[in-house]
Design a protein around this ligand. Sequence first.
Ligand SMILES: Nc1ncnc2c1ncn2[C@@H]1O[C@H](COP(=O)(O)OP(=O)(O)O)[C@@H](O)[C@H]1O
Ligand SMILES: [Mg+2]
Length: 417
Amino acid sequence: MGLRKAGGNWVAGDSFFDREVEIEALIERVEDRIHTLVTAQRRMGKTSLVRELLRRLDETGDFETVFVDLEDCTTAADAVVEIAAAFRDIRGLWTRVMNWAGKVSAGTMDRIDELGVSELRVKLRAGIDAGRWRAQGDALFASLAASEKPMVLAIDELPILVNRLLKGHDYKITPQRRRDTDEFLSWLRKNAQVHRERIRLVVSGSVGLEPILEQAELSAHANVFAPFELRPWDEETAVACLGELATSYGLQVPERVRTGMFRRLRCGIPHHVQQFFDKLHEHLRRNDRREASVDDIDTVYSQDMLGVRGQVYLEHYQSRLRMVLGDDGYVVALELLTQAAVSGGRLTDDSIQQYDAYRSVLSGESGGQVGDVLHVLEHDGYLVRREGGYEFVSGLVEDWWRARNARGFVLFGDRQA
Ligand SMILES: Nc1ncnc2c1ncn2[C@@H]1O[C@H](COP(=O)(O)OP(=O)(O)O)[C@@H](O)[C@H]1O
Ligand SMILES: [Mg+2]
């Protein structure tokens, strides 16, 4: 069979390529009772890495493994419910969770097994109130910690929830929201520390947790997690991945062509590598061919990777930026990235200074915002610091940004994105 195409969502098993070193490192951490925070820009393969880690741990049978996604949560109580609900398909532990739920909701938990997941959430949610989620959440962790095997609890998209707690729907940090965020993170940190012997957390998310916490001066809460930075594939790995995909789908993509593909992307973000292969595959199929040439690369890159679909991906990147930065910061980010895109991919310190001065005049504030935004852009993998300025990390993202700009993008008409 060989390596299979990804199809958009996270991958594991026979669609999962490479990352052996990372998997090994994470297994070691789990064994050493270390809580991990997996960071990387979006589409780098964090969720896939964690899913594959859990799959391999399951094969050994030494740990209970659970995966929780907090993407749709808006409150701390939601998160407690989501964690509890994630145990539904885990024999043995589900009984404990039901016992816990029985106490939480004073006996309304009979016939819970017959409920669908969404009904189950509603029912659990009804039993957890805003005032008591903390104690109820502690009790949940305590009952999970009593499980026979040690547990690996993977929590995906934690930064999205934290960002929501902190900024609400209008992207503004208020004292109340800051307190709520502080309370949630203290709760998680305390449980991570208390149950270290029995439960190891592997936290990940597609927006960086650190820049968000820095905005609220809550960085200390991240200390309980050892950071783990997931890097893009290097040229050799990306080229090998393209080779395996080509073989699996019966295509001939000579090494010269695969290297050309990588050089176009410049940065081996696995999702982009997969996209490029998929577009090339479609292109060859349309032309009823099985062998790719260097010319195909140019065509597929400019027509498919940078085309309308590319703009859709770019919008996804943009909405994440807006979520983290809020409306004002988002505008700053757009202007900085556009400036970089139209200046040959480079943002010089001089132009940053000028722009910063212009922003302070505009907002009447003493500045600093441009620096904060740059920090997020660097952390989230858009820009990298190079002598005397910043450059785009990814050739594809740079080209997307340039294409978008060439299409006559109107800055202030974009706010409904
Ligand atoms: N190890 C991998 N092997 C093959 N493809 C991968 C791998 N990791 C990521 N990808 C590709 O990247 C896409 C995004 O992966 P995902 O795990 O959802 O990233 P993240 O969680 O960092 O946003 C997948 O759909 C797949 O195309
Ligand atoms: Mg993910």
